[in-house]
Ligand binder design. Structure first.
Ligand SMILES: Cc1cc2nc3c(=O)[nH]c(=O)nc-3n(C[C@H](O)[C@H](O)[C@H](O)COP(=O)(O)OP(=O)(O)OC[C@H]3O[C@@H](n4cnc5c(N)ncnc54)[C@H](O)[C@@H]3O)c2cc1C
Length: 497
C-alpha cells in the first residue's frame, strides 16, 4: 500500500530524489526535513500504516537533556567513557587533528569519535525544537526509576506522538513524500561511480520493486528482530532474549547488512545490546521489573551471582540484565519480602501485568518457582546474616547499606529478607536494540573501510554504531532524530549544488 503518488512510476520502478528506509524517528526526521527543503522522498516501510514506527512507536522517548536547550551535564562524559573496548591510543591520538587530516584507519575505527559525540550534543536541542514545530511538547515527565543519576525530558505522548506527527506531515503536508508500507528494502543499487542510487525492495507477495533516487538513508533499526543475526553476534544465549516491545520485531538488520555489503565500516559493539530486565510471563510492551535492587537476584540454582545494586538503578540495570542473560537458561528471580511496602510507590518500577509469586515461607516460594528450597534458604540466610543495621535505609538514593563479608557483595539497600509475605518475579533480558551498526561521519554519511564517505549513502538511528559497554540511557531517540536530520541536511546541500 502506498500513499500520495506523484513520482515518475513504471510497473516495477519508482524514481525519487531521496530514498529513506524505515519510518521510525530516524527515517521520519530525514524524510520530513528533506521534504521541507523541496526534496521528493520515498519512505520504504516494512510494517503496515497501523504499525509504522518500529521501536519509536513504543518508547516513552526520554531524552538525556537538562533543558530544551541543552543535553544533560553528564552526556558527553558518559558517551566518551563508553566509546569502545580499549581503543589504541597510538591510533586515537590523531583525534586532536581536524577531521580532514585524520588517517583513514582512524576515520573507519570502531569507536565513538568525540566529533560525533559533540555534534549529537550540540544538535540535540535543534532536533528537539524542530520536533516542537510539529506540535510536540517536551517536558520533565515521570519515569519508572525510583532513583536515578541524570536529567531527562520526554515528549508528551512519547514516541508514538513523534511518529504520528511526522508521518502525518509527510503524508499530508506541503511537498512530495510517498510512504510505501508493507515494503521491505533488501539491497542497495549502485551506479558506476561508486555511488548509491536506490534500493531493491519487495512488496506484498514478495513482489520485487526498484526504488531509485540520488541517495539513500538507511534508518531501518538494528537486528533485535532477527534471531539469526542475534545468535551470530550476541552468542547462543540470544535464544533466551526477545525484543522488549512489538516494534523491535520489525527490525531485522537488513539496513546494517546492506551498508556492510556496500563496504561500510562496522561501528558499535556487535556483541552487545541494550538490555532491559523484563518478566517473561508478560505480553505487555516493556514489562520491566526494576525492583530487584531492594532484594536479591538468584539463578535457577537459587544462587546469587552479582551485586544487585552497585549504584542507582538507571545506571546499573543494563549490566545486571546482561548478567541475567548469562545465567543457566537465561533467567533469574528477584526475591523480595514484606519490607518492599516501605518503599513509596514501588509499583511504578514494575510494569509486568502478571502478579509476583507470593508465599509466607521461603520453602513455599521456592517450590512455586521450581527452585531447590534448601539452596534458596541457604542463600537467603547467608545474605541476611551479612546485612548491616537497616536504620540508614534510603530507597531514593544509593544509601551505601552494603553486605559485609558476602560474595558477591550487595552494595546498596541491603536489608534482611525475613518479613513475609515473600515475593518473587522471574526476569529475563529483553533486547531493546542492538549496538552493532555502521560508522558515520558528522554528516551521517556512511564511512567505508578506507575512511571515505560512500557517495549517496547515509545511516541514521539504530543503524549508526554508537554504543559500547554501557548504554548511556535516553540517548537513542535523540541519536535517531539528530542523525536523520544530519543526513537530510547533507543530502539537501549536495542536491542544491
Ligand atoms: C519500549 C521501549 C522504550 C524505549 N525507551 C527509550 C527512551 O526512553 N529513550 C531513548 O532514547 N530510547 C528508548 N528506546 C530506544 C529507542 O526507542 C530506539 O532505539 C529508537 O526509537 C530507534 O529509532 P530508529 O528510527 O533508529 O528505529 P525504529 O524506530 O525501530 O524504526 C525502524 C523502522 O524501520 C522499519 N524497517 C526495518 N527494516 C526494514 C526494511 N528492511 N525495509 C523497510 N523498513 C524496515 C521498521 O518497520 C521501523 O518502522 C526505547 C525502545 C523501546 C522499544
Amino acid at each position: 500500500m502506498t500513499t500520495k503518488k506523484s513520482v515518475l512510476e513504471t510497473n516495477d520502478q519508482l524514481d525519487y530524489d531521496l530514498v529513506v528506509v524505515g519510518c521510525g524517528i530516524a527515517g521520519l526526521s530525514a524524510a520530513v526535513l528533506a521534504q521541507q527543503n523541496g526534496i521528493r522522498v520515498a519512505i520504504i516501510e516494512r510494517a503496515t500504516k497501523d504499525e509504522r514506527g518500529g521501536n519509536t512507536r513504543y518508547t516513552e522517548s526520554y531524552w538525556r537533556m537538562k533543558s530544551r536547550d541543552s543535553v544533560s551535564d553528564d552526556f558527553e562524559e558518559q558517551l566518551i567513557s563508553n566509546s569502545g573496548g580499549y581503543p589504541d591510543p597510538e591510533i586515537t591520538k590523531d583525534v586532536l587533528r581536524s577531521y580532514e587530516n585524520w588517517p583513514p584507519i582512524l576515520k573507519s575505527l570502531s569507536f565513538t569519535d568525540p566529533d560525533l559525540i559533540s555534534t549529537i550534543s550540540s544538535e540535540a536541542p535543534n532536533a528537539l525544537q524542530w520536533l516542537e514545530t510539529f506540535g510536540i511538547k517536551f517536558d520533565f515527565l515521570p519515569n519508572y526509576f525510583i532513583n536515578e543519576s541524570t536529567t531527562r525530558m520526554a515528549p508528551i505522548g512519547g514516541g508514538l506522538a513523534l511518529v504520528e506527527a511526522l508521518a502525518t506531515f509527510a503524508e499530508t503536508g506541503p511537498g512530495d513524500v510517498t510512504i510505501h508500507y508493507e515494503t521491505t528494502a533488501k539491497s542497495l543499487i549502485h551506479n558506476n561511480n561508486g555511488g548509491i542510487i536506490g534500493v531493491n525492495a519487495v512488496g506484498k507477495g514478495n513482489k520485487p520493486l526498484k526504488i531509485l533516487g540520488k541517495g539513500v538513508v538507511l534508518a531501518s533499526g538494528g537486528f533485535e528482530g532477527n534471531p539469526e543475526m542475534a545468535s551470530h553476534y550476541l552468542g547462543p544465549k540470544a535464544l533466551y532474549i526477545r525484543p522488549v516491545a512489538r516494534g523491535g520485531y520489525y527490525n531485522r538488520g537488513e539496513g546494517i547488512r546492506m551498508a556492510l555489503e556496500a563496504g561500510g565500516a562496522p561501528a558499535g559493539d556487535y556483541g552487545s545490546f541494550h538490555a532491559q530486565p523484563i518478566d517473561p510471563r508478560s505480553g505487555e510492551q516493556e514489562p520491566i521489573v526494576l525492583i530487584y535492587t531492594y532484594g536479591i537476584l538468584v539463578n535457577k540454582f537459587a544462587e546469587r551471582f552479582i551485586d544487585e545494586a552497585p549504584t542507582t538503578v538507571d545506571a546499573s540495570y543494563e549490566s545486571r540484565t546482561r548478567a541475567i542473560m548469562q545465567q543457566p537458561e537465561g533467567i533469574a528471580y528477584a526475591i523480595l519480602d514484606g519490607r518492599l511496602d516501605d518503599i513509596p510507590n514501588w509499583q511504578k518500577s514494575v510494569r509486568s501485568d502478571i502478579p509476583p509469586i507470593i508465599a509466607d515461607t521461603i520453602s513455599d516460594l521456592a517450590s512455586q518457582m521450581d527452585l531447590d528450597a534448601d539452596n534458596l534458604s541457604r542463600t537467603i540466610n547467608s545474605f541476611n546474616k551479612s546485612c548491616p543495621d537497616p536504620a540508614k535505609f534510603d530507597p531514593i538514593q544509593a544509601d551505601g547499606l552494603s553486605t559485609r563479608g558476602l560474595k558477591p557483595i550487595k552494595s546498596n539497600w541491603a536489608r534482611a529478607l525475613d518479613r513475609p509475605p515473600f515475593r518473587a518475579w522471574p526476569i529475563i533480558a529483553a533486547n531493546c536494540f542492538t549496538f552493532g551498526g555502521i560508522k558515520v561521519n558528522n554528516n551521517s554519511q556512511v564511512v567505508n573501510m578506507d575512511g571515505e564517505a560512500i557517495p549517496g549513502l547515509y545511516a541514521a538511528g539504530e543503524v549508526v554504531g554508537l554504543y559500547y559497554r554501557n548504554y548511556p540511557g535516553s540517548t537513542s531517540v535523540m541519536r535517531g532524530a539528530v542523525t536523520g536530520r544530519l543526513a537530510a541536511l547533507d543530502f539537501v546541500r549536495r542536491h542544491n549544488q
